[in-house]
Design a protein around this ligand. Structure first.
Ligand SMILES: [Zn+2]
Length: 298
């Protein structure tokens, strides 16, 4: 088993998500990194100008600019597009990165709690999820390994392995202590896990754990001009990761017509009414509850 020691901690990929930005400032000032002497930890503020202005981005969403072809496209010269190329040189090149793990720290305005978002379902990621969930039972494990390849344009995709710590609810440009502490706790557990992973001693992991698996994204109803015709039902407000059965109301038009969940499975929505998805008219992401058996992966 290959050890994982070169670890990049990243905050400020979105400049108005303050927990990660301030967590790294705190750890820089207190040299918290010394707690994991066997790891080579770096900390990076991914989009300093967006952080300075406390906006998600200046021109385009940095965390969607890391598609392999986009990074090679010389015509992509927007601010975040060029910044993505710079970061890909710093951490990459994508596909041959020396960074063994990148941990990207995000906030959401949705009520997702402390959510660990994973792009692969291999022994390393499953072990991490089991370790974190065991020590932090309120953590939510979200697998998005089944996202279509063209959607995996995240900054973490540059590194060999990448995970996103997504904590909410927290309004943009606001720093709340509870959210901050959840992010700090989860990040510490991830780094502690690496220590155990590198010694090859994962014996004390639980046999199985609860997780959620990405299924699809739902948009708000819009007219031909792209104007919204409705909103998320109040029944779902703040209820990320609560079950929604087929036929249940999930949105409502301004005329009062209910829009029901048309899937044939009980869905567990997340990113409900996330502020950053204003432009895309995304209403929520759907997932299914799964039970992951560690023995299937080790
Ligand atoms: Zn973010």
């Amino acid at each position: 088993m290959k050890k994982i020691t070169r670890v990049a901690l990243v905050g400020g990929t979105h400049g108005n998500e303050l927990s990660g930005i301030y967590l790294l400032k705190k750890w820089d000032n207190t040299n918290r990194y010394a707690h994991w002497p066997e790891l080579q930890l770096s900390s990076t503020l991914a989009n300093p100008r967006a952080c300075e202005h406390s906006v998600r981005y200046l021109e385009s969403d940095l965390n969607r600019e890391f598609g392999t072809e986009d990074l090679l496209d010389d015509d992509r010269v927007g601010y975040e597009q060029l910044l993505a190329k710079k970061l890909a040189r710093q951490f990459g090149p994508k596909g041959r990165s020396p960074v063994e793990l990148m941990i990207d720290l995000h906030n959401t305005t949705s009520n997702m709690g402390a959510c660990l978002m994973l792009l692969r379902k291999d022994a390393f990621n499953v072990g991490m999820a089991a370790y974190v969930k065991d020590r932090m039972p309120q953590a939510v494990i979200f697998f998005q390994d089944n996202l279509p390849e063209e959607r995996k344009r995240f900054l973490v995709s540059v590194a060999q392995q990448g995970v996103t710590v997504e904590v909410g609810p927290q309004p943009n440009s606001v720093l709340q202590q509870e959210t901050f502490e959840l992010m700090e706790t989860m990040t510490c557990h991830i780094l502690d896990y690496l220590t155990q992973y590198n010694t090859g001693e994962l014996a004390c992991l639980p046999d199985s754990f609860e997780a959620f698996q990405y299924t699809e994204d739902l948009r708000l109803p819009t007219d031909a001009q792209g104007r919204r015709l409705g909103m998320v039902s109040k029944r779902l407000e703040q209820r990320d990761f609560f079950p929604v059965a087929p036929g249940e109301v999930i949105m409502e038009t301004f005329e009062g017509t209910p829009i029901c969940w048309e899937g044939d499975y009980t869905a567990y929505p997340l990113f409900i009414n996330e502020a950053a998805y204003h432009q895309s008219h995304s209403a929520m992401t759907m997932s299914q509850r799964i039970v992951v058996h560690c023995a299937d992966y080790f």
